[in-house]
Design a protein around this ligand. Structure first.
Ligand SMILES: C[S@@+](CC[C@H](N)C(=O)[O-])C[C@H]1O[C@@H](n2cnc3c(N)ncnc32)[C@H](O)[C@@H]1O
Length: 261
């Protein structure tokens, strides 16, 4: 069943995390935490391709943490994100990648890539039309014989309310961040859930600032994921990913192979 959907606000939601707080991103989500999962994403994409891939497009690449492990395996990597502030963070980490500001629902680069990767930015697709647009963007940028991988944080069938916390210290000085992440679903009859974040940000002078940031995220049943990928032109496969050493639960990823004929 397709649930009631909400359109995403044009230009994205006004998240503090990707705007005024973006320079704190590496202390919220450290690149080193991504090594294991990035290796799994890379293996899955390689398995989906008919021949050795040479080019990578990441849609919604954020601070570029996954890209820092994945891009070195490709001759060319292009990273697209809606947020200029997050692109600036990623440029520091991935100076050899090309960075492009764009909306993953509508961006058109007039180029094709062997692999298209859409990590957790896909959770900001709030309704069927947003998610189908993201799949279409991946399809038009994917070479025949190539593959696209989508990594939602949850699917409808396994969604559970949860909480998490974390953060990191800067290698020098007092600058540090800690966060609380609180995931809940105010209305299980629609295609979204809510994630409330509280950030404690300590500056080098020892002062601490507190911010609340609410993210609205999308939630879709497996069958919709698979059907919409097939309708976009991919051969779709569900890929379970047990990431439990780092975070509780099993993720469900979606691999789309673009047929070569
Ligand atoms: C959690 S961050 C991604 C972090 C990334 N996985 C990494 O490895 O660093 C989510 C990103 O999605 C981006 N985003 C949200 N909606 C978008 C859209 N419609 N088009 C492009 N990027 C989008 C945000 O700007 C943000 O940078």
């Amino acid at each position: 069943m397709t649930r009631a959907t909400k359109p995403s606000p044009a230009g994205g939601q006004p998240f503090k995390m990707y705007r005024e707080i973006a320079s704190w991103w590496p202390l919220l989500s450290s690149p080193s935490d991504y090594e294991e999962e990035a290796a799994f994403y890379l293996r899955t994409l390689l398995r989906g391709c008919e021949r050795e891939p040479r080019t990578l497009l990441e849609l919604g690449s954020g601070g570029g943490n996954n890209a820092s492990f994945m891009a070195p395996h490709f001759e060319q990597a292009v990273l697209v994100d809606l947020s200029p502030a997050m692109l600036a963070v990623s440029r520091q980490l991935n100076p050899r990648c090309e960075h492009v500001e764009g909306d993953l629902r509508t961006v058109r680069l007039d180029r094709r890539f062997d692999c298209v990767f859409v990590h957790d930015a896909v959770t900001y697709m709030l309704g069927e039309s947003d998610l189908r647009q993201a799949m279409e963007t991946a399809f038009v940028h994917c070479n025949p014989g190539g593959a696209a991988l989508f990594c939602p944080d949850h699917v409808r069938e396994t969604f559970e309310p949860s909480e998490d916390h974390g953060g990191h210290d800067s290698p020098t000085g007092l600058r540090a961040l800690r966060y609380l992440e609180w995931t809940w679903d105010p209305d299980p009859s629609d295609s979204t859930y809510t994630v409330d974040y509280a950030y404690l940000m300590r500056s080098d002078d020892g002062s601490v600032r507190v911010e609340h940031d609410r993210h609205l995220e999308g939630l879709f049943p497996r069958a919709d994921w698979l059907r919409w990928l097939e309708e976009a032109g991919f051969r779709a496969e569900r890929v379970p990913f047990d990431h439990s050493e780092l975070e509780p639960g099993t993720y469900e990823l979606f691999l789309g192979r673009k047929p070569s004929v």
